[in-house]
Design a protein around this ligand. Structure first.
Ligand code: ADP
Ligand code: 5GP
Length: 220
């Protein structure tokens, strides 16, 4: 971290699969500078349009298990029969550079990160959580089908999980209903920007401005 740069903070985004998290994350990153996406490790095979190291780090189960044994994950969980995890190496260097980091993780992983309250000890920074809801069951089904990336059984599995996941909404700090994508992504951007202006995080900037004023003495 360069002198005077406040540590970045962590933003968790959870939602039932197909609610539109990926879409919102990409749009919000276009709207706000200084935000980066944490690329998870997964044992799920890549979809046709996915690239290793861009969408996920695609790894074998043995690799994933050895990372768990080495305590390299901030959190991890089994979702729809595959393992997914956020490595500390993926997040910590960005936080230290002052970047805000977005985690697209499921409700089980989110609960692990939020277990210690509003601060993640391993990262030495605050965590904020956002739950993204689809506007209706019909919209969720249409988005999962429209995305056309999963086979029918996988879609059924995702819909079955959706109800359980929606029940966890009350554990989160913020809720965004992803009806219109432009509005929902602006809302996510607004949450990130609001957190940056809190006085605690502005402390170093405030100190520099005040020091400048003191150095100039009284104004004539
Ligand atoms: P997730 O990452 O939550 O699984 P995606 O971002 O992949 O979801 O979105 C699922 C599908 O729904 C995609 O085809 C996406 O283009 C579409 N989608 C996302 N947000 C909206 C929205 N607000 N209105 C209509 N379609 C949307
Ligand atoms: P998908 O296979 O559709 O990309 O993702 C399935 C689910 O896994 C989504 O709910 C997504 O948020 C979640 N997920 C992705 N990465 C992680 C991760 O690193 N940790 C956890 N706990 N869940 C993740």
């Amino acid at each position: 971290m360069t002198a005077g740069t406040a540590r970045g903070e962590l933003f968790i985004l959870s939602a039932p699969s197909g609610a539109g998290k990926t879409t919102l994350v990409h749009r919000a990153m276009e709207l706000v500078a200084g935000v980066e996406f944490s690329i998870s490790h997964t044992t799920r095979p890549p979809r046709e349009n996915e690239e290793d190291g861009v969408d996920y780090h695609f790894v074998a189960l043995e690799t994933f298990e050895s990372m768990v044994a080495e305590d390299r994950f901030l959190e991890w969980a089994e979702v729809h029969g595959n393992r997914y995890g956020t490595s500390v190496d993926e997040v910590l260097p960005r936080i230290e550079r002052g970047m805000d980091v977005l985690l697209d993780i499921d409700v089980q992983g989110a609960a692990q990160v939020m277990a210690s309250g509003g601060v993640v000890g391993r990262l030495g920074t605050a965590v904020h959580s956002v739950f993204v809801m689809p506007p209706s069951p019909e919209a969720l089904v249409a988005r999962l089908r429209g995305r056309d990336l999963d086979e029918a059984p996988a879609i059924r599995q995702r819909l079955q999980g959706a109800l359980d996941e929606l029940g966890r909404v009350r554990d989160y700090d913020y809720v965004i209903v992803n009806d219109r994508a432009e509005v929902a992504s602006e809302t996510l951007a607004a949450i990130i920007l609001e957190k940056r202006q809190r006085r605690e995080r502005m402390r170093e900037r405030v100190r520099r401005v005040l020091a400048d004023f003191h150095a100039h003495g009284p104004f004539s």
